[in-house]
Design a protein around this ligand. Sequence first.
Ligand code: GAR
Length: 183
Amino acid sequence: MKKIAILFSGAGSNLAYILEHLHQKKVEVVLTISNNPNAKGIKYAKKYNIPCVIIDSKAFALREDFDNALVEEIQKHSIDLSVLAGFMRILTPVFTDNIKSINLHPSLLPKFKGLKAIERTYKSDDEFGGVSVHWVNSELDAGEIIVQKQISKVGLSFDEYLEQIKTIEKIALCEAIEKSLLI
Ligand code: GAR
């Protein structure tokens, strides 16, 4: 089975979904990494007995040094693919040139790159919003799209829109993991 690492920063609902739906069925999650020592998602790695390495981004003055610590950790394991699932860090070429990875972003890229993508999509005049999973390169949220899913915003409150995004992003991410492991 192909081996993946999952990187996350917060609640970890995407991590939990991957563990429930893909782990030891389609892929093996052998490593998780959080840049946030207080991330709520750490408990999911523990539940499945998967190592969760904390690399506290606040402990590094330079982005490159933090990225180097990520690369060193990932390279200790024979990982086929790293998955950024709610990993809220801008990565430098130190990471992107060395690690094959995909990223989940909650907008219809190339629209609404960066932070607060769900809020900005909702506030926009666009009729549709959605989620994207893309290959990671050195440009923020700009790599080739692997999977994209869209929903209509018409008639939805913000909370309803958010809930639908949270549902479809997990399905999109799992589809993209399977698809990118075939390449
Ligand atoms: C998800 O909604 C994901 O799309 C978003 O962070 C959330 C993490 O949730 N990612 C980004 O905004 C990336 N720029 P989770 O911790 O519950 O998986």
